[in-house]
Design a protein around this ligand. Sequence first.
Ligand code: ATP
Ligand code: MG
Length: 463
Amino acid sequence: MKWSFGEATENMASEVNPSVVTDPSPIVIPRDQHSISRKNISENALKVLYRLLNAGHQAFLVGGSVRDLLLGLLPKDFDVATSAHPDEVRRLFRNSRLIGRRFRLAHVRFGREIIEVSTFRSLLTTSTQGNGEDRDGEQHAVVSDRGVILRDNVYGTIEQDAQRRDFTINALYYTPADFSVYDYTGGMDDLERRQIRLIGDPQVRYREDPVRMLRGARFAAKLDFDFAEDTLRPIDDLAFLLEEVAPARLFDELTKLLLSGYSVRAWQELRKTTLLEHLLPLTWDALDDTMEDLILDAMHNTDRRIADGLPVTPGFLVAVLLWPALVEARASLLADGRPPADALHTAALEVIAKQQSRVAMPRRFSTFAKEMWELQPRLERRQASRVERLLQHPRFRAAYDFLLLRAKSEDALTDLGDWWERYQALDKTERSRIRADLGPTGTRRRGRRGSRSRSNSRAERRQ
Ligand code: ATP
Ligand code: MG
């Protein structure tokens, strides 16, 4: 019988043939011994699972959704693993498309929700030839001589698939064929112990894909788990491998780490090892206690905003993370005699360009950061004729929030933060009265401008 794709019911599922689960070796946790209930699973994910099962394939929920459901958390998305090949998945779902070169998988789209369906992967064997075929013409995954997986479209069994996943807590499988959880790697035990443990030899697994180090830090932060000792230990020596990862992928990973609502803890995870040094070398080089306090304050704010359902932008994150490097670069340009506005502008371009080669930030975010930085001296100067226009600037809010963060460690800025806060709350008449107090060139003390005031003011006018 074919299932209709309405609400899944007990009755429907009982008609699925449980014999599709064939592997004899896992620990099987039957439905009455775990906490996953279909009512917490996305209807669309259930549709995908049932259609695959009905077509005679194995189909499981796997990864973060199973892990989070078992922990009583709300899953972010639902990933499905199946014995069906990508082309078969494609044919079964009109609303699907195949993506990925290195890992070919299907995206099944239901409005805004995408269910990712991946075919069980086989164990890795290193190819002797670049095309992934050995002398018998059999397909193998391709691994570089440094151990990095280059191509990987060989399909296997669920047991092999489990060994290929990163952490034990991410390798738990749930199927509505019999409502059981299948554990091939000790993931249930690690959930219980609240630990992040890599499957297999950590050295090998990190070399295959260095991003796993960052993923481990992310899950530790998100779940408030600890690394298992042997999963943590190799990171200091292997973090340099991040240099080989595509910079765009590192940006994705960085935003997942620091913009998901647990960034304070994520930052601490990066700091525990040499990960920060290799992910954000510029930040690392320029970091001192004051700068770290500023970054942590920003992380606290970010986490609070996310908890309150407010938006957060990667642009702000970029501005905060690169601020220490920016300040340093600007100081050295100023020491070379560059006018302030020019020094700031040049330092911004320099710092962004350098970081770009490690973590590729989309241009709109680096521009956002640059605008935020360039607004700082303008907010500090409070030039009467410009104050209103500054308020209208699309980056005013972000720049002002950043000024408040800086004010916590820069005493000279404390009153400024208060001033801008008060000013924003005033009506039109009061604002113009306050502006009149400022005078045409703002409130900078004359002495600080010193003898360079003439050339500075020209540079400042350009801002
Ligand atoms: P999240 O809650 O962030 O979605 P997740 O565990 O679902 O966490 P995904 O990136 O959605 O993470 O990946 C889904 C699953 O695919 C993981 O749980 C893991 O089993 C597997 N996986 C993802 N990335 C890797 C990797 N780099 N190496 C090995 N397995 C991976
Ligand atoms: Mg996921």
